[in-house]
Design a protein around this ligand. Structure first.
Ligand SMILES: [Mn+2]
Length: 453
């Protein structure tokens, strides 16, 4: 089976100093990017458009020194945001008409893939601005794929969602947004996230009109695809791929790409344990959608079913997937790799299962941690190149890699460039409880064991 190449050099974007790319591939990346030190003029963006105006609002309101927004006119921003949400839904339908089948978007390389953003505006803006020439959101040289989790846990969920949506509209089809497990009203209204929940931030910024923004944003999220496929070869989603029920006919991609796949307002585990088989189609779709958003790779030593799935600490209905499960899913659908987010990584990216599973996480300093943010550039030869950004107040300590060394674990196939010794990162679970643990209905052990068989 053809494998993904993973470039061993991490390209580093240092906070506050513009672009500092290191390693032999920097010239290649520089051909795609513009150092931020050059004057950036959004000359390509049509000034009269709403999306352009939103980006101006964000730029004017953001103080990068303090990492704070000061919205002088929240009422004006709200009005524009509500209109932008409608425009994004229309834009999604227009640009995805040919490139989307059911819940799956089909994307071409070269593409820059972002994992979880979680309200980290500084990282999002600085990484994106490194990758588009002269700050022109209409003139991106590669496609962009965002794997979800734009909101919650960070300070600026609304602004991150607004930035990404405006970019998507201005890019005229070059930006694909997927739905993460936080693009779900049961999650992004949860009290678990305190003042960082989307609902709380909407109320804080827009007062009594906050729920309008909350509803409008979740209406956009409802319309987002649940997975993407790059060049027919790389399956991308927020968490993983659907569990395997042992059906001799592997229907997982057929179900996901069915044009009638519904755009669900909520993606919650099926009510009650799975007892009937075969599952009714609505339930099967729900399970598959849930797995795309909530599953994780299994850890070494985790007990797995014969089909390669195990339990997941996120909740009773959540599964983890072992290498055998990965292999079967990839082989049955002629994919060569899985690219997903959903779990913090100390250097922003981690590979496992011999390079077949890559996790990318695009917010640094997550929950006060010392982790870096990263995005992954996938070129037309399907080589992955990692672009990373250190957190504010980066703390050097033992266990973090040398500058320029990509973080990879396990055996990485076909490492390009010189083979530097690489550190073993400490995998950190996001620890976001799934909706069942957020006070939803009980989903008992039976559901898990039945689903994991
Ligand atoms: Mn997540």
């Amino acid at each position: 089976m053809k494998r993904l190449r993973i470039d061993s050099h991490m390209l580093t974007v240092d906070d506050g100093t513009g672009a500092i790319f290191r390693g032999p591939v920097s010239e290649y990346i520089e051909s795609l990017t513009t150092p931020r030190s050059r004057p950036c003029v959004m000359d390509q963006a049509p000034e009269h458009t709403l999306a352009w105006r939103i980006l101006q609002d964000l730029r004017e309101a953001y103080d990068g020194t303090t990492d704070r927004f000061h919205h002088d006119r929240p009422d004006v921003f709200l009005r524009r945001l509500l209109s932008l949400c409608l425009e994004v839904i229309a834009s999604l339908d227009k640009h995805h008409a040919e490139s989307r089948k059911g819940a799956v978007a089909f994307v071409k390389s070269p593409v820059c893939v972002f994992g979880d953003i979680h309200g980290n505006y500084a990282d999002l803006e600085s990484l994106v601005l490194q990758l588009i020439p002269c700050g022109s959101f209409t003139n991106a040289l590669c496609n962009f794929l965002f794997l979800g989790d734009y909101v919650d846990r960070g300070a600026h969920g609304i602004e991150c969602a607004a930035f990404i949506m405006a970019f998507a509209v201005l890019s005229a089809g070059k930006v694909t947004l997927l739905r993460g497990n936080h693009e779900e009203p049961h999650v992004n209204s949860s009290g678990v996230f305190g003042t960082t929940s989307l609902l709380s931030q909407c109320r804080n910024l827009f007062g009594e009109h906050g729920p309008k923004a909350f509803v409008a944003l979740n209406d956009v999220f409802r319309n987002l695809p649940l997975a993407a496929v790059v060049d027919e070869k790389i399956f991308c989603s927020h968490g993983g791929f659907p569990r395997d029920f042992g059906n001799p006919t592997d229907d997982r991609m057929a179900v996901l790409t069915d044009p009638d796949f519904p755009r669900m307002s909520s993606i919650l585990p099926p009510a009650g344990p799975i007892t009937a088989w075969p599952l009714p189609l609505p339930d099967l779709r729900t399970v598959y959608a849930f797995d795309c958003l909530w599953s994780d790779p299994a850890e070494a030593g985790d007990p797995l079913t014969p089909l390669g799935f195990g339990r997941n600490i996120r909740g009773a209905f959540c599964v983890s997937y072992g290498e055998a499960a990965v292999d079967k899913f990839l082989e049955n659908h002629s994919f060569i790799g899985l690219l997903r987010g959903h779990q913090e990584q100390c250097c922003g990216v981690q590979t496992r299962c011999e390079g077949k599973v890559t996790t990318v996480f695009s917010t640094s300093g997550y929950c006060g941690h010392n982790n870096s943010a990263a995005c992954v550039h996938v070129d037309q030869g399907l080589t992955l190149r990692i672009i990373s950004k250190k957190p504010r107040n980066y703390q050097t300590h033992q266990g973090l890699p040398r500058e320029g060394a990509a973080e990879t674990t396990g055996s990485t196939p076909e490492v390009a460039g010189d083979e530097e010794s690489v550190p073993t990162p400490v995998p950190l679970r996001e620890q976001a409880p799934c909706p069942a643990a957020l006070g939803g209905e009980g989903y008992g052990e039976n559901a898990t064991s039945a689903g994991a068989k």
